[in-house]
Design a binder for this molecule. Structure first.
Ligand code: ZN
Ligand code: ZN
Length: 344
């Protein structure tokens, strides 16, 4: 059993790995494993083709990927621009930006893991197009693409989709990674993420998927049980920098990872997926390496990882599991998606 501290070089913080605590008595919320059968089109889904949304707009009869402005944006062009100044040292500013929703497919009953490779490649192209378009807006400093999947991360609508927040600020984790990358570059002349990749290859036990120009692994410093990073091998700062071959390889690896997630417990596997890219403005991105991060909240099929004293109170993660063991489980969960009806 692993019981040690692990340094997280991107966040520059310590992770306490205490895998021996995994089986201690635990009262926790049960997460249901039962799966409801979903229709291909749901009449009450605001993401399905032809259906009305809360704004009153009606979705087109779309095929493939469909993007629209979020009807309940947390950042948006309509955010009040005239604000009353708060007292003293307090500061405020308009929540300007753009929030969008990206439907992966018109099919209500599918998931990212059930799309074929060309469809995932097309989704990546849309992410690239969205990045370029949103980055060109003068108020936008950061483009965060993320997917929340599963009711345990607060998503009640199973229709496969992700969101984009194009914000006037740079997200905290990105700032942390930028500083770590810039410092490492200044000290060693090397890209930090390349040194992470080299260390992962040297060990090898946590690499769960690979193509010629892309890789997926459970990082040595994982904070969540089934945390996975997916990245191109070449250091690029944003998804827009990928060429055709890299996009295809990355799509193949990304799809393989989410298939493994679902196959693990033969259930739709909840996660938060985020694309970590360099900021649009205000930083040249030197030393930064674009990657996807998956943060799955479950430790076992019905057991949530709760963030509590050490994480919320102190800001450092206490991991109850060992990255090598969790990677081995994902390595063993490969092959076709468990719901696939394809003939091999
Ligand atoms: Zn739907
Ligand atoms: Zn990151």
């Amino acid at each position: 059993m692993t019981w040690e501290q692990r340094w997280h070089p991107l966040r520059r913080e310590w992770i306490v790995v205490a895998a021996h605590r995994q089986h201690r008595p635990w009262n926790s919320e049960q997460v249901s494993r039962t799966e409801r059968a979903l229709p291909e089109h749901a009449s009450d889904c605001y993401l399905c083709p032809r259906n009305p949304r809360v704004s009153g707009a009606r979705n087109p009869d779309y095929e493939g990927v469909f993007v629209f402005d979020n009807d309940h944006p947390c950042v948006g062009p309509l955010a009040p621009s005239e604000l009353a100044a708060p007292p003293g040292i307090y500061r405020n500013r308009p929540a300007s930006g753009v929030a969008r929703v990206v439907c992966y497919t018109p099919r209500h009953d599918l998931s990212l893991a059930q799309l074929d490779v060309p469809s995932v490649v097309r989704l990546m192209e849309v992410w690239q197009e969205q990045y370029r378009e949103l980055a060109a807006r003068k108020e936008v400093r950061y483009v965060l693409v993320f997917e929340n999947r599963g009711e345990v991360v607060g998503v009640s609508n199973p229709h496969p989709h992700c969101q984009i927040y194009a914000t006037n600020f740079v997200f905290k984790y990105i700032e942390t990674e930028l500083h770590a990358g810039a410092r490492h570059l200044a000290e060693t002349g090397r890209v930090l993420f390349q040194d992470v990749l080299a260390a992962e290859r040297q060990d090898g036990r946590r690499i769960i998927s690979e193509q010629r120009s892309a890789i997926a692994f459970v990082p040595y410093f994982a904070r969540y049980a089934y945390e996975v990073y997916v990245a191109p091998l070449r250091s690029v700062t944003t998804i827009a920098d990928l060429d055709d071959a890299e996009r295809r390889d990355l799509a193949t690896v990304l799809r393989d990872v989410v298939i493994r997630f679902d196959n693990l417990w033969r259930m739709p596997f909840p996660y938060v997926m985020a694309l970590h890219q360099a900021p649009v403005k205000g930083h040249d991105g030197r030393g930064f390496h674009f990657h996807f991060e998956f943060h799955p909240p479950l430790r076992r099929p019905n057991l949530l990882k709760y963030l509590a004293g050490p994480e919320i109170g102190g800001g450092n993660f206490l991991s109850d599991t060992c990255a090598e063991e969790k990677a081995a489980e994902l390595i063993a969960a490969g092959g076709r998606h468990y719901k696939s009806t394809d003939v091999a």
